[in-house]
Design a protein around this ligand. Sequence first.
Ligand code: FAD
Length: 469
Amino acid sequence: MARRKNNSPQYQYDALVLGAGPAGEAAAMKLAKSGLNVGIVDQREQMGGNCAHVGTIPSKALRQTVFNIMRYQRDPLFQKIGEWKHVPLTQILGNARKVIEQQVDTHTRFYERNQIAVHHGQAVIDNPHLLTVKLREGGSTQLSFDKLVIATGSRPYQPKELDFSHPRVFDSDKILTLNYPIQKIIIYGAGVIGCEYASIFIGLGYKVELINTQSQLLNYLDDEIADALSYYLRELGVLIRHNEQIERLETFEDSVILYLQSGKKIKADAILWCNGRSGNTDQLNLAAMGLTANSRGQLTVNAQYQTDVEHVYAAGDVIGWPSLASAAYDQGRAAAAYMIGEDNVSPVVSVPTGIYTIPEISSIGKTEKELTDDKVPYEVGQAFFRHLARAQITGDTVGVLKILFHRETLEILGIHCFGNNAAEIVHIGQAVMLSPNNSLNYFTQTTFNYPTMAEAYRVAALNGMNRLF
Ligand SMILES: Cc1cc2nc3c(=O)[nH]c(=O)nc-3n(C[C@H](O)[C@H](O)[C@H](O)COP(=O)(O)OP(=O)(O)OC[C@H]3O[C@@H](n4cnc5c(N)ncnc54)[C@H](O)[C@@H]3O)c2cc1C
């Protein structure tokens, strides 16, 4: 526990962590388990970070509710079940609220069990070994530390031209408070969050216009998978507009009008702005320890997650790539391991993409385009979900698994999956691909349960083998 002293600072720590999201939590646990006296500061009233309160958890719980609704509606028995578009989002978020509570409970217990002192308030740095916490309940306290991990995450970028206090203008945090029914929404920004919310709103029966500032959706994905996403979003009713830029937004009591630089104008009940995120560093007073953030508020770290100040480490969204909870957790743990001088630590370099659109997307490794550009002699094995018994049973027949492999060595080079449960399915391929015995043969020589979605690997492997000569 923190050593209390009569003289200032009030608490002294061997290691202090800023931010109780996945990165901060993982770092704090690792440091505490190594025997250090650890404290954590978070400005929220509850643990879990933005991840549990406004990011991953609520959006995924909401998506699951919408997915269930869509599944019911597909079944003729339930087709008249509801007019979801007349129900405010805050009501549909009931399940998400339950999950958030459970997550907060779980994470709070981790800190208690590991005797990590928690300070709820905003951290402001005073000097390289001291900071002030402006406590939520009022007043402040000072904490000193030998080492520091900054894991303060990120928040939606808000351009100054938009008035986010207007009741019809939302970002991805504020959208969770949408408490009136709407029929049409504009989503500006077609990155992961924009595409995920497009699926959610179209699933609820709203009209959705998705404004993409680029020429293609999620252009880092394998081309066929990105095309499949565009196709199915359109099939569901999303109107996608590529290569557009905002000129201005007009807001009214009952609507918004978005003017685009191309001359188009779009009217809707509300707009959800999903264009970019900023690292949470502007309130930290980094200058007091000789640190500066880049123009996106992110910190630069070396391969050991160490900033330019030797005793200060950073992990999670605040360092930028890949801005995923999955990676944030591992980065936080790795940062702590480097900090305590552990051998055998690996930085996070290989992260699967998990995109919870409807249908879902997940991938790891190289895309066809990358392999072609690099002139790698690869082949493709495909399994379409519509041919798999398990998919026919569940009715989730939209989807494909693609395995890209070296045609001579059979080494797996990339796994790309589109369809329900893609984010789970990808892990089987990932495990083989990252193992020392990485070979397509694994899938032709191993017996999997049947009927399962894992069967897709066998089907795709055989399909790929058939192309070899
Ligand atoms: C809508 C949405 C959906 C997402 N879906 C997924 C997904 O499906 N899968 C996935 O892997 N990732 C997803 N992400 C990304 C994921 O949520 C983030 O990558 C993850 O939360 C980053 O974790 P973190 O530990 O870096 O910080 P965060 O979770 O952002 O937590 C940082 C904490 O630091 C606190 N803090 C900030 N400044 C201060 C300060 N000065 N003093 C004290 N405390 C401070 C904040 O209050 C916050 O609690 C999603 C994000 C969003 C927005």
